[in-house]
Design a protein around this ligand. Structure first.
Ligand code: ATR
Length: 281
């Protein structure tokens, strides 16, 4: 039995009560015999900095950062990992010797799930990202770094897609489009949903042409039942469509590694989350 005080970690977001991160990090800690606690910290945008500094002052070791605070965390961190600098967003904060370090593990988590867990290649493939918000920005650096054949970024608001293209210009070429401009394109090899379209019950506004029997569809979102995008992709004849549970666990594993220097085995944790929702990926 370890009688010492456990190291404190947590996730800060708004809202955050639905987060699965405490469960994931608890499973990692059990598996790797790490003595730690992991809590939920709800902070509205105006309260973010005070919440982070208070957690550090109370001896906290690290925080995951979720919507809507990833850009604010980027501004706050004194030292930045290269992925955080590229994405302009931070999802992992580490308190070390009075300094705050910011990393971004979203891109690595996504790429590991797609290529290692799901066995899908991106090199040379035609890849389409739907959406141009924070979630899209997090996955662009690893896709460009992974040698995609062509990367198309489609968004309802084209100006936002243009901004993202400029932000990543030094990393590689991105073609941009409105959703209706994708009609008539041959089906993409990989289609990634980074929008919140459909979450309010409306039909996702994507032309059916973008997916075909050889398309692999990945939703960065996840839910108990099918997400609207997974349902849409299946209806439109996509070869396969999965939710982002694996990315959620992989980005957490990378944060855990940054904090503890130990790499947890992600497969049983992904299994447990998927079984917990009583369905397939
Ligand atoms: P996140 O950080 O999760 O990416 P965000 O920055 O609010 O969140 O971005 C949400 C994305 O979903 C954007 O690409 C947004 O499109 P706009 O840039 O045009 O707003 C997209 N989105 C949200 N609701 C949508 C809808 N009903 N139809 C199409 N796109 C939608």
């Amino acid at each position: 039995m370890n009688e010492s005080t456990p190291d404190r970690y947590g996730v800060v977001g708004f809202p955050v009560h639905h987060s699965r991160s405490p469960l994931i990090h608890r499973l990692f800690a059990q598996q790797t015999a790490q003595h730690l606690t992991y809590e939920l910290i709800e902070a509205e945008p105006g309260e973010f900095e005070v919440a982070v500094r208070g957690f550090g002052a109370a001896g906290g070791r690290g925080l995951n950062v979720t919507v809507p605070h990833k850009e604010a965390a980027f501004e706050l961190a004194k030292d930045l990992g290269s992925e955080a600098r590229e994405a302009g967003a931070v999802n992992t904060l580490t308190f070390k010797a009075g300094r705050l370090r910011g990393d971004n593990t979203d891109g690595i988590g996504f790429l590991r799930d797609l290529t290692q867990n799901l066995g899908r290649a991106v090199e040379g493939r035609r890849v389409l990202i739907l959406g141009a918000g924070g979630a899209a920005r997090g996955i662009i650096p690893p896709l460009l770094g992974g040698g995609v054949g062509r990367l198309v970024l489609a968004n309802r608001t084209i100006e936002r897609a243009e901004q993202v293209r400029e932000q990543f210009r030094s990393l590689g070429a991105i073609d941009i489009a409105r959703f209706d401009e994708l009609a008539g394109e041959p089906a993409f090899d990989v289609v990634i949903n980074a929008t919140s379209a459909g979450l309010r019950g409306e039909r996702p506004p994507f032309p059916g042409d973008i997916v075909g029997p050889d398309s692999f569809c990945y939703d960065l979102a996840y839910s108990r039942g099918d997400t609207p995008f997974v349902a849409w992709a299946s209806e439109h004849g996509a070869g396969e469509a999965v939710q982002g549970w694996g990315m959620l666990v992989e980005q957490a594993a990378e944060s855990f590694y940054i904090w503890r220097g130990v790499r947890p085995d992600t497969a049983p944790v992904i299994r447990e989350l998927i079984d917990g929702r009583g369905g397939a990926r």
